[in-house]
Design a protein around this ligand. Structure first.
Ligand SMILES: [Mg+2]
Length: 318
């Protein structure tokens, strides 16, 4: 590399200390972090491999954003407040333009959620980005996948299917203003951090939609030992998605597509209306179905059960 490893870290990834709970950050052997009393540390990590999780021609800024966003989304699904991140970066060479843009995307998102980068590593190799995000949540209020009960309402934030549509368009070489919003949803997912924190002590279960709504819902149901019924006509589909793909494909993308990073959660029926109106003040949420006794996920259209075949995302499936 033309830049040494230390120079690379110093140039792109050292921030002025912004958080008082960072006792030692980048520049020591390990980060030394102060977890507030009574809070549990919440940790998530995710690896993005070029050609597998991002396209080789993806703007570096979007890769920087995505690498942190997917981790913040996992923290959001636990109700956690993000605090710190670590970054391990493998790049084939010290391409300054790529690194500058990557760092810009990463730091722009980190700034918005007051996340400080407290450590990392850089190596020469194929382009692979691993981020670990750390945050905290009051011990008794963490959101879990388990906890949904028959009678709970099933909700999803935002709209679903847009990111998978954006990826499908990029893979097909389709670009331009007409599809820009869908491509943007894929490249710049918005982690639902504030919603997750608001759901503390309120939602009975939660998961983020990273691998597809039905696949992730099945995981929530398995963890809770319950079943779910999804009313297909209630799925929140964006006008951009419907306009470009039509109703049938939009529904397929919404159910099976990944990368939306919306929150899927359950609310007890007793105070659902009050909670719904409180949440709706800052984030669109949609009541898409119900939790029932049993196992598995079923879909209904206009009250009639319909068969929907989708495979959840499995990294090791061929
Ligand atoms: Mg997740």
């Amino acid at each position: 590399m033309s830049l040494g490893e230390f120079e690379l870290i110093a140039r792109w990834f050292t921030q002025p200390g912004r958080r008082r709970d960072v006792l030692a950050g980048v520049g020591d052997d390990a980060a030394l972090l102060d977890v507030p009393a009574g809070q549990a540390l919440v940790a998530a990590t995710d690896t993005l491999v070029e050609g597998r999780h991002f396209l080789p021609d993806a703007p570096a800024e979007s890769v920087g954003h995505q690498s942190l966003a997917v981790n913040l989304s996992d923290l959001a699904a636990m109700g956690a407040q993000p605090a710190w991140a670590l970054l391990a970066l493998s790049v084939p060479r010290a391409d300054e333009a790529w690194l500058a843009a990557f760092a810009r995307g990463f730091h722009a998102l980190a700034d918005r959620f007051d996340v400080e980068l407290v450590g990392g590593d850089t190596v020469r190799g194929p382009r692979v980005v691993t981020v670990q995000a750390l945050g905290f949540v009051p011990r008794a209020q963490a959101l879990r996948r388990r906890g949904a009960r028959p009678g709970d309402g099933l909700y999803v934030s935002g709209s679903v299917g847009d990111a998978a549509a954006g990826l499908e368009l990029l893979r097909g070489g389709v670009a331009g203003d007409a599809v820009a919003s869908l491509v943007h949803r894929y490249r710049y997912a918005e982690p639902r951090v504030t919603l997750g924190m608001t759901l503390r002590g309120v939602a009975t279960a939660a998961i983020d939609v990273s691998d597809g709504l039905l696949g992730d819902l099945a995981k929530l149901c398995d963890a809770s030992g319950v079943a779910a019924v999804v009313q297909l006509e209630r799925l929140p589909l964006s006008e951009a998605l419907l306009g470009r793909f039509g109703a049938a494909d939009a529904e397929r993308l919404a159910l099976a597509g990944g990368d939306d990073y919306e929150l899927l959660f359950t609310l007890p029926p007793s105070d659902a209306a009050a909670i719904e109106s409180r949440l709706a003040q800052f984030c669109r949420i949609t009541h898409i179905g119900e939790i029932v006794a049993g196992r598995g996920v079923r879909c209904c259209r206009a009250g009639v059960e319909v068969a929907v075949e989708v495979a959840g995302h499995d990294h090791f499936a061929e």
